[in-house]
Every structure is written in structure tokens, then in C-alpha cells.
Design a protein around this ligand. Structure first.
Ligand SMILES: [Zn+2]
Length: 344
């Protein structure tokens, strides 16, 4: 299901816009884990970071899909696995993944804070068992710190409910989207504890806040936008209605948003509308057609990795250059869309 890269042969055609050369590009696979998260970053030097592992069960389906993406990227090991928080659609797949492919270091926000939930306790315990094997290095990440992966900068912006205190380079402006925003309810699950990161590769900036909820978005973005603008926004919480508020999305003003929703998970009309109205948005891509969105609140078919119907596990892949240009490839259509570097 993963075809050989065509970059070498295409590069021979003089005059054609060259694809970002794979040996100099950052590759990002948005793996379809059916409404969970699993995003694989592979640097030009072959260093890798996986953000979340998808679901447990399903005969290792999500581990198989992650391993297939790793194979496509020609890596035989995952250097860093970052767990955003302790819900089954994020950390649940960790034991199956670790049984399938070597992992170097696990990174997380620390203790499970949702101790009244049997589900969170169960997946946290299974994850702790992995760490107790002492086969892996382990990092408990704090806001502001830069993770030790080379070839791209991964800066922690949120972890365990704490946030960066000072604006990042590019941030620090007053956020006009705060004025009319209603104060969101306080969320007491693991979601607002999500380990969120800003990933910088040359001029390209990518924001992934896991399932961070709108109450924390408000703290992070109001009254001052501490992040600044980004190129690619990984739609928080799979596009659920209690995340991805205007004070976040309209202030980071992404060029492209990628939503890791499932057919019946995430993909809410509210989050979808907020992204579509975001200033400067060029495209929203979705991993699945959202049943809630129906005919009015889903993107056009070329921007959808999985249509309605049987599960086919198609992925989206970003290939990015340090000058800020990037491509998005849809494994269902085999089509690639190019985004030129911003002029500045
Ligand atoms: Zn989730």
C-alpha cells in the first residue's frame, strides 16, 4: 500500500517544479488511526518522532499502520515516541507498537491526572509497564523545554496543564480574537494536560497540541498570542467542539490545517467552521469524512483521505523544505498538492 517514492525520476524533468528532495525534506505522516492520533515526523537525517500511538486492540491495526509508515520513510526504529496524554486513542497503542518496532525514548507529561477514570488508569498502567521494562529512555517534558531530537526543533508549549510563560519568537502580539470569546468551561480530564509542541523546521512552523481543550487555549492565547503564526495546524482534539476555538485558530492563522478525525469522532461542525473561517487559510485536510459534518461541513473529496464506507486506512503525508514550502500527499488519490514558500 506504500508505493516507492517517485522523487528521483521526477527530478530529471527539467523545468518542472522540483519536489522537495526527500534527502533534504522533513516528512510527516498523518496516519489513519480512526479518530485517534498518530503522527510520524522523519527528519532529513532519518531521526524520527512519533506523536501518539493510536488505539489498543483491533489486532494491532494501529501499530501495523505506524510500522508501514516507518517502512515507507525507510526507518527501522522510532527514536522518540511522544505521548500527549493518557487516553486510549493516544497512548493505548503503545504496547503493540513497542512489540512491533524498536523505540528509543518515550516522552510524556508525567502522572495520569484522570484517576477517576478506569479507562485512563488502564492505559496508563499498561504504559507504565512498558517504561518499567527499562528498555527505553524516558523524558518527562516541561513547557519551554526543547526536546533532544536533532534536525528539527521541538519545543514544548503545554504539559500537564502548565503553559509557557513567555511568548515564543514570533509571538507576543495582542490577540483580537479574545474580545468576543466566551469563557469555556474548565475541563478536568486528561485532555487539558496534553503535551503540546511547536515544531520548527527551517522557516516552517507546525503546531500540535494533542487534545488540549478551549479553556487552556484561552490561557495560552489571551490576551496575548504566545505562539505567533504557524504554517500547519494539527487540528486539536480531532476537531472536537470543545477544542480549536477562534482565539487559538484565528491567531495562529495556519496556511493549512490537518484534522485527524474519524468518521464518528471529532470532525465537529463548530471546530470545522472555525478553521474554515480562519484568516489566511489555504486548505483544511481531513483524515475522514465526518458524519456529523454531512454535506455542508466536510472538505472536497480531493482533500479527504478516507471517504464514507469501509475502512481503507489511507494517510496524508506532508513533505516540507526548510524554505517553508511543502507538499501534501493523499494516499487515497495518489495526488500531491504544493504550497509555495511564503514571500517575506
Ligand atoms: Zn483524542
Amino acid at each position: 500500500m506504500f508505493a516507492a517514492p517517485l522523487g528521483l525520476s521526477l527530478g530529471l524533468f527539467a523545468g518542472a517544479a522540483p519536489a522537495p528532495e526527500s534527502h533534504k525534506a522533513l516528512q510527516i505522516y498523518f496516519i489513519d488511526v480512526e479518530g485517534g492520533q498518530s503522527t510520524l515526523f522523519v527528519t532529513p537525517e532519518g531521526k524520527s518522532l512519533l506523536i501518539d500511538t493510536g488505539w489498543p486492540g483491533n489486532s494491532g491495526r494501529d501499530a501495523d499502520r505506524i510500522a508501514a509508515a516507518a517502512k515507507d520513510a525507510k526507518i527501522s526504529k522510532i527514536d522518540f515516541v511522544l505521548i500527549t496524554h493518557y487516553h486510549d486513542d493516544h497512548v493505548g497503542g503503545a504496547p503493540q507498537l513497542a512489540a512491533k518496532i524498536p523505540v528509543g525514548t518515550f516522552i510524556d507529561h508525567g502522572e495520569n491526572r484522570e484517576t477517576n477514570s478506569a479507562g485512563a488508569q488502564r492505559v496508563f498502567a499498561a504504559y507504565q509497564e512498558l517504561l518499567a521494562s527499562r528498555k527505553y529512555k524516558h523524558i518527562t517534558a516541561k513547557p519551554g523545554e526543547v526536546l533532544p531530537i536533532t534536525g528539527m526543533q521541538v519545543r514544548v508549549v503545554t504539559a500537564d496543564g502548565e503553559l509557557i510563560e513567555r511568548p515564543l519568537p514570533g509571538g507576543g502580539k495582542e490577540n483580537a480574537s479574545c474580545a468576543n470569546a466566551a469563557k469555556p468551561p474548565v475541563d478536568v480530564t486528561e485532555n487539558p494536560r496534553s503535551l503540546g509542541t511547536l515544531i520548527t523546521f527551517g522557516k516552517l512552523r507546525i503546531l500540535d497540541l494533542g487534545d488540549l481543550t478551549s479553556d487552556k487555549e484561552m490561557e495560552l492565547m489571551c490576551p496575548m498570542n504566545k505562539i505567533g503564526a504557524v504554517d500547519i495546524y494539527v487540528a486539536s482534539h480531532h476537531g472536537s467542539a470543545n477544542s480549536g476555538s477562534a482565539p487559538l485558530v484565528h491567531a495562529i492563522a495556519p496556511r493549512v490545517a490537518i484534522m485527524d478525525n474519524g468518521a464518528k469522532k471529532g470532525g465537529s461542525i463548530a471546530a470545522w467552521d472555525t478553521i474554515e473561517k480562519s484568516p489566511g487559510l489555504e486548505d483544511l485536510w481531513q483524515l475522514h469524512f465526518s458524519e456529523e459534518g454531512g454535506s455542508e461541513h466536510n472538505v472536497a473529496a480531493p482533500l479527504l483521505a478516507n471517504l464514507q464506507g469501509p475502512d481503507t486506512g489511507n494517510y496524508l503525508k506532508v513533505t516540507a523544505s526548510a524554505d517553508g514550502s511543502f507538499d501534501v500527499f493523499n494516499s487515497r488519490t495518489r495526488e500531491t498538492k504544493k504550497y509555495a514558500a511564503k514571500k517575506n
